[in-house]
Design a protein around this ligand. Sequence first.
Ligand SMILES: [Fe+2]
Ligand SMILES: [Fe+2]
Length: 146
Amino acid sequence: MSVDADPHKAIAMPEDLRVGVPTLDRQHLELDRLLRELEAGLQGGAASLELADRIQVLQALAEEHYETEEAVMAAYAYPHLGPHHAEHEALLERIHSEFQVFLAPNPPLIQGFIQDIRQVFHQHVRRVDQDYATYLRDRVGYRPLA
Ligand SMILES: [Fe+2]
Ligand SMILES: [Fe+2]
């Protein structure tokens, strides 16, 4: 088994950011890693064009993750998929609109934007994703094979 197969072995992930579905945990870790890299890049003075590219990667990863997560919730008939989907849409819109501000002439400092997105991402996993994690584990009896 490669190291990538179990993201928790590569970088310790706080327990409350895990949902117990390996693909989704891997995506959460990937998103968090990218956000941390962006923060580090900002502190290291990375060029704005490079940062803009990475933010586009972040948007694509977030969209992919939300689609995958919603497919899992639908497959297990999670009853709160509607509001969860609405929160995903709001999050994507927030990333998109803040990114547009960053791309405009004379943009404000992006550091706050990245910190804000990372905080909102963590809050969503802890508050909203944990609800379907509990549902899968306790109500449906889902047990990951890996
Ligand atoms: Fe998630
Ligand atoms: Fe979610």
